[in-house]
Design a protein. Structure first.
Length: 308
């Protein structure tokens, strides 16, 4: 009976062993999580130094990176300070250029308005206007020339003289007057050709005004953009300097990442061992409990038969 009681006690103490195995497995899993934690490495190069601070979370007991940073080498810091001191001047230069170019916008608008006025007149109307203005300009000289011809005819007594008349209906005319009017007609034909060309030139000139206005606006935009080139150059150089200062920081992260495959392999092995140990303990306790449960059941039945 003492052995049976002891065995029965072992059944119940098996639960304690299972609990202990579970706690040990949990501890090993926490240890595995700590081993899998990311571990960047502080580095020092010619360009600077990186720093990483690791702390443990009191709630979970797991490590984490609480802060990270880098410090540039003194030479790089001096260069950065020099570059940063020039940012203000470069920005002011760009603003001054933009202010000086503001006058181009009204000038371009005036050219647009003037070009629109030229293009508003049709080529036919422009040609007619040209003829009218040219004929008005020639009218005084034509009148003087006609007056001289008539005076000459009067003085020579040929005012009524006319030739060229026929019986078929052609009227006679004075030779000097006929030559005068023929010259005027030929001159008007030449003016008509010139008027057409002038109308075309007017249209071309109006379109050119639009093009000139657009060029002014393009010059304003391009010059304003180029005014920021010194500032962009300073920013680019500053960015390159900053990248050099970050090299220790990047190297430290890369080394931490390079360690992770090996850390993960160890974590996997530790986790698998904990799970195997816990599973084996559970299986052994379950088998032990089943054996003694059957033994106790058989003993109880035998005892009941003995009493009868």
């Amino acid at each position: 009976m003492g052995g049976i009681v002891s065995s029965i006690a072992n059944v119940f103490t098996g639960a304690d062993r299972t609990q202990a195995a579970g706690e040990q497995a949990a501890a090993q899993q926490r240890q595995a999580a700590q081993g899998a934690a990311f571990r960047p490495v502080g580095m020092t190069t010619r360009f600077g130094t990186s720093q990483f601070t690791r702390e443990t979370d009191p709630a979970t007991g797991l490590p984490y990176i609480s802060s990270a940073g880098y410090t540039a080498a003194p030479e790089l810091q001096a260069l950065q300070n020099q570059l940063f001191s020039q940012f203000g001047g470069a920005g002011q230069y760009a603003q001054q250029q933009a202010q000086q170019l503001q006058s181009l916008s009204p000038a371009a608008q005036q050219l647009f308005n003037l070009g629109q006025g030229y293009l508003a007149t049709s080529p036919e109307q422009a040609s007619a206007d040209f003829m009218r203005t040219q004929q008005a300009a020639l009218a005084p000289s034509r009148e003087q020339q006609l007056s001289q011809i008539r005076n000459q005819l009067f003085q020579t007594g040929r005012t009524g003289f006319a030739t060229g008349g026929t019986t078929t209906g052609m009227t006679s005319s004075n030779p000097e007057l006929q030559a005068y009017y023929n010259a005027i007609a030929q001159q008007d034909l030449n003016l008509a050709t010139q008027a057409e060309q002038a109308a075309q030139q007017r249209q071309t000139f109006g379109a050119g005004l639009f093009g000139t206005g657009a060029q002014l606006l393009g010059t304003q935009a391009t010059t304003a953009a180029n005014a920021y080139s010194p500032l962009q150059t300073l920013l680019g150089v500053s960015g390159n300097v900053e990248q050099m200062a970050q090299m220790p920081y990047q190297l430290g992260i890369q080394l931490g990442q390079a360690q992770q495959p090996g850390q993960q392999a160890g974590v996997n092995a530790l986790t698998q061992a904990a799970q195997t140990q816990y599973g084996a303990t559970q299986a052994a306790n379950a088998a032990n409990a089943g054996f003694w449960s059957g033994l106790m059941s058989g003993g109880a039945q035998a005892y009941a038969s003995y009493k009868r």
